[in-house]
Design a protein around this ligand. Sequence first.
Ligand SMILES: [Zn+2]
Length: 141
Amino acid sequence: MMQQFYPQIHHDYRFELNKDMHFSAAHFIPNEDAGKCQVMHGHTYFINVTIGGNELDPLGFLIDFKQLKDLIHKKYDHSVLNDHPEFQHTFPTTERLAEQIWKSIQDVLRTRDNRPVCLQVIVRETPTSYVAYRPSREDLL
Ligand SMILES: [Zn+2]
């Protein structure tokens, strides 16, 4: 299970928050090089998100755990990933999904006065396969 495995990232932030979540979604990769993945099929995706920051908000949060879950789970659970606007011009591979989850979260974090940053998104597609997305330094400016 995803929950038992956390690749560590090195950073200098005082606080680090991790949120696990999962959702069920279907996808297909419409290219003949994708083999069996050309046919629509489903996964239970396990997600781990790592947020870092030096400052807390007035409530003492880097960001509310529930806000992170609502953002990702409500968007993707029981959906066809290919139908989402962010996958109209790219295929919803595990890599692209991790990148898009990072973008959605970082867009919200940017609006917060305490300026937390999303340091890592892990997307586990199957018990034996996962992808980690980590932004480059410039992405966080
Ligand atoms: Zn798949």
